[in-house]
Design a protein around this ligand. Structure first.
Ligand SMILES: *Cc1c(COP(=O)(O)O)cnc(C)c1O
Length: 364
């Protein structure tokens, strides 16, 4: 079976044992030099002044909302097709999501739908760069800021994506990242971070990740918790960061091969294979999704669906059902999207097998 992702292929040739060894030698495991250095290096890579590393990407979203003073009862705009991560954070702070429909070509937040959602007066908008494809971040940010709305970029699938010379995470007020092992920059466990250009905002997140402390045992910020990245993960991420652009180029090249091979098929393909797409997931849309997936299964090609249930239709939050039908593009996408294997280190032969398997479905 050709898998959707392979850690061994993605980590091949990277000296992770050396990174782990460094931490073992230091005997320092939490908030030490590796974390400090990673934060400096990652902020510089993204093009922001500050980085605060955290325990995972969902915490990054939640602490970003808290640091932007989102409170119970506030509204936060976001999309409904991005796997409920943003919704998890919004619900965790007691705020209410205002779901904004997507553009059916990019699968990202539609600018006109966001303009319409401003009438609900959200305090913040979470813009997700889904599948590694950057959203229309410049117009969305301008529109939000003109209306006094803060912008969180969810970059958990878009580490390193560039538009107009700027990286995802450097456009809004705060960028949120996950370093879950399968992400474009992945640790050997959980990890996350925020980046921003506002020292006071970074300080609030830094306090929130450690019990709300200003100094040791002095709690000055409410809503704190323990959400630290540990030294082992920071050391691993430092080893992988210098190779991120190369591994993104590798992913993008695979996406280009797929796009070229499928151009004549009745499928909706990723809208860009330029530098604003880092091919975290190669997601296409197919009307006969179930039959398509079974066919690929028989050809030994793994597929998945990112994501099958839109946020407003998740069982835990039936209250969102009133938006059913108003998010037509998001709901249609959830019925058609399907993900093909696309990861750094996948062999040329496996890419060719995936292409043959897809084409043969339409040549039946
Ligand atoms: C993975 C992911 C997250 C959550 O990150 P975790 O580290 O798993 O908490 C948030 N948003 C998006 C879009 C993601 O893909």
């Amino acid at each position: 079976m050709i898998p959707l992702f392979s850690s061994s292929a993605a980590n091949a040739g990277i000296d992770l044992a050396g990174a782990v060894g460094r931490v073992l030698t230091s005997n320092w495991y939490v908030l030490g030099d590796e974390v400090k250095s990673f934060e400096r290096e990652f902020a510089r890579y993204i093009g922001n002044a500050d980085c605060v590393s955290l325990a995972n990407g969902t915490d990054a979203l939640e602490l970003a909302l808290r640091a932007l003073n989102v409170e119970p009862g506030d509204k936060v705009a976001c999309v409904a097709n991005a796997g409920f991560y943003g919704s998890t954070a919004i619900r965790a702070v007691g705020a209410a999501p205002v779901y904004v429909d997507i553009d059916p070509t990019t699968q990202n937040m539609a600018v006109d739908a966001f303009a319409d959602a401003l009438r609900f007066q959200p305090k913040v908008v979470v813009v997700t760069h889904l599948y590694g494809q950057m959203a229309d971040i410049e117009p969305l940010t301008k529109m939000a800021h003109d209306a006094g709305v803060k912008v969180i970029e969810d970059c958990a699938q878009s580490h390193g994506a560039i538009r107009g010379g700027r990286r995802a995470g450097s456009f809004g007020d705060i960028g949120c990242f996950s370093f879950y092992p399968t992400k474009n920059l992945g640790a050997l466990g959980d990890g996350g971070a925020i980046t921003c250009n506002d020292a006071a905002l970074a300080d609030r997140v830094r306090a929130l990740r450690q019990y709300g402390w200003s100094t040791k045992y002095h709690v000055s910020t409410p809503g704190g918790r323990n959400s630290r990245l540990d030294e082992l993960q920071a050391a691993v991420l430092r080893e992988k960061l210098p190779k991120l652009d190369q591994s993104n180029a590798n992913r993008r090249e695979i996406a280009r091969r797929y796009n070229e091979a499928f151009v004549d098929l009745p499928l909706v393909l990723p809208s860009s294979t330029g530098e604003d797409y880092v091919a975290h997931l190669y997601v296409l849309r197919c009307r006969e999704r179930d039959a398509f997936r079974s066919h690929l299964q028989t050809r030994q090609v793994a597929t998945d669906v990112h994501y099958p249930v839109p946020d407003h239709l998740q069982a835990a939050y039936r209250a969102g059902l009133e938006s059913q039908g108003k998010l037509a593009a998001s709901e249609a996408a959830s019925r058609e999207v399907v993900t093909l294997p696309c990861f750094p280190g996948i062999s040329d032969a496996d890419v060719a097998t995936v292409i043959d398997a897809v084409r043969s479905f339409f040549e039946r």
